[in-house]
Design a protein around this ligand. Structure first.
Ligand SMILES: Nc1ncnc2c1ncn2[C@@H]1O[C@H](COP(=O)(O)OP(=O)(O)O)[C@@H](O)[C@H]1O
Ligand SMILES: [Mg+2]
Length: 260
């Protein structure tokens, strides 16, 4: 069992305090060994990019960290606490882990502002006027405050994804997971979402980002993890990973995404 996670002093831009820790995590879908002995530590303030071919288990990894999927063996802890199985503790954990998916999943029949205030009011017990004030600050931060009274369908994909980020941030998460947040967007909208994510990274947020956007990885990531066939194959700085991949799998994958 090898731990591909470098010692904290090897990667810059974070505190060195472990926040999300996976130890020997295994998961199957029937015969498919979708997560194979995953060992991974993400530190407070660290930005980790997860990259790898389609079907390698990246989404399953994110969903397992957020407990949207169960796992069979190993341990996952957040802030030193093991992942709860169910109940109130699980609801609290879900609020601690923000997640932004490829599809924006906004509530279609609620305004942009309501989409952002709903969680804090219902789950965190924040007072309505306070939730609204905070939501407007977050919508300002992601550049869509002027759209707050509209409904999701009235916004572009890029704007909706920025609202989805604001909605997650409104829950005051300790870590944000992004699963290919720009892959459903028209090309001209990708950068406006990536810019928000780069700002978030600079603000010190702990982030796990599944993306093939190398520009983002180079600009914002402390570390890149390469997954193939359910296993972590490489873990390195973005510079090292992109210029000097070690494994045949990573070389092959980078060859494909760089030349298309
Ligand atoms: N709910 C599921 N049931 C069965 N197989 C699944 C399920 N979800 C994902 N898989 C399979 O697990 C593998 C990894 O999927 P996924 O984590 O979505 O990969 P990635 O995000 O890297 O493309 C794929 O072969 C996929 O078909
Ligand atoms: Mg996926």
């Amino acid at each position: 069992m090898t731990d591909p996670t470098p010692a904290p002093e090897e990667s810059a831009g974070h505190s060195g305090v472990p926040l999300v820790v996976l130890e020997g995590v295994n998961k199957h879908f029937g015969d498919l060994h979708v997560l194979q002995d995953i060992n991974l530590t993400v530190h407070e303030g660290e930005v980790l990019v997860v990259i790898g071919p389609s079907g390698s288990g990246k989404s399953t990894l994110c969903r397992t960290i957020n407990r949207l999927e169960t796992y069979e063996s190993g341990r996952i802890s957040i802030g030193g606490e093991d992942l709860p199985e169910e109940g109130k503790a699980l609801a609290r954990l879900r609020a601690d882990v923000g997640m932004v998916f490829q599809s924006f999943n906004l509530f279609a029949h609620k305004t942009i502002l309501e989409n952002v205030t709903l969680g804090p009011v219902k789950v965190r017990g924040v007072k309505a006027d306070q939730a609204k004030k905070r939501a407007m600050e977050l919508l300002e931060r992601v550049g869509v405050a002027h759209q707050s009274a509209k409904y999701p369908a009235q916004l572009s994909g890029g704007q909706q994804q920025r609202v989805a980020i604001a909605r997650s941030l409104a829950m005051e998460p300790r870590v944000m997971l992004f699963d290919e947040p720009t892959s459903a967007l028209d090309p001209e909208m990708i950068n406006e979402v990536l810019d928000v994510m780069v700002q978030l990274a600079k603000s010190g947020m702990t982030m796990i980002v599944v993306t093939h956007e190398m520009g983002f990885a180079r600009k914002a990531a402390d570390r890149v993890v390469f997954m193939a066939d359910g296993a972590i194959v490489e873990s390195n700085t973005p510079e090292e990973f992109f210029t000097n991949p070690q494994s045949a799998r990573a070389k092959d994958f980078l060859g494909k995404i760089l030349t298309h």
